[in-house]
Design a protein around this ligand. Sequence first.
Ligand code: ADP
Length: 423
Amino acid sequence: MNLYLGIDFGTSGARGVVIDEEASCIQAEVRYPFQDSPAAVTPKIWQEALFMLVEQIPDQLRRKIKAIAINGTSSTVLLVDAVGNPTDAPLLYNDARGSLVLEHLRSIAPPNHTVLSATSSLAKLLWMRQLPSFSEARYFLHQADWLAFLLHGQLGISDYHNALKLGYDVEELKYPEWLEKLQIPIQLPKVLSPGTPIAELHPEIADKFGFRRDCLVCAGTTDSIAAFLASGAKLPGEAVTSLGSTLVLKLLSRTRVEDARYGIYSHRLGDLWLTGGASNTGGAVLKQFFTNAELESLSREIDPSKASDLDYYPLLKAGDRFPINDPNLPPRLEPRPDHPGEFLHGLLESIARIEARGYELLQQMGADKLSRVYTAGGGAANDTWTAIRARHLQVPVVASVYTEAAYGTALLAMGDGRRDEQD
Ligand code: ADP
């Protein structure tokens, strides 16, 4: 039996999941939490984490692994020299130093392009040009590209999920002309479809860890797409809502939808588009008022079939982008009833309303009609909330069986994400 390994590099640690061809049960799950704060985690620590994860997989399973894929955090990037050694510290996903080059970038990139953000990979690359070590650098890589390189030994290869915020044209499958005009003296990665086999494992690594010599390393993806893949959503109209600290919506569609004003953009997923947006509302606001235990017990008291009249816009601080684009939008949490259960009902109802409005907006912009919503994140376990959301969304709302990005990346290694090649 062939097995597949997915590796997820998140902000707090790395995880690995091994699945079989049925993908119905997880054969092994391994973890490596980072001891340091995200900003202090170096590529050396990523490397240690990668090999520590691999070592934790039982020998008898490791021998059966046919393919491996890795996801990293989107827009975590680094420069490396001709043999793949980092020439400087990586810039992490949320590093906004690229704001210093935004004006320059605006004069080059098309209006409202995804790269026009302080944290985009391209803004980071342009910012890196003034580093003293820049002259030693040969390749610009994403975290997932570099980690995969450690396994297969080939430099300068990426996937079109990671490369979207570098400006890669995922529709035409090439770097656009305006990007070529920048004449950056650095090798931009060759971009493959996520899940495409790149090469066999480096023989030294295969032998050292007892992998098969023909074990393939595949092009990877980003953490949030991996989490989407894990849900099992596959058809146009199927969506995944992530109810974590914030509210993130992703809807599979045959049409590409883009609107920078609302922070809406689409990732390519085979011959479909993964459209989506993110709101600042979500669990972080609930956490401000309730413990998890209170959320559970108070939710049980709520009758989800009855709508709460409370019309809130729950935010920690002013400002949202999606589905309302207003940097000054004030949090609306009044009137506050005396009974905490009623207050919670109003909050859950209001977040559900914002979620429904978000999906409506995506559909108005041309995305496929919503047919089913999978749910991930801390709020997914709340059945009361699920029922309230189903009342607003008017489609079946289910908890995802699998939510781990590493599981989604294992599916990618197995070939699940390569629809365009199978067609
Ligand atoms: P993230 O990874 O985005 O930080 P998680 O997916 O771990 O978040 O979810 C954590 C959030 O889930 C917290 O903000 C918490 O308020 C919320 N949460 C936890 N339990 C419940 C529950 N039973 N009902 C609703 N929300 C919950």
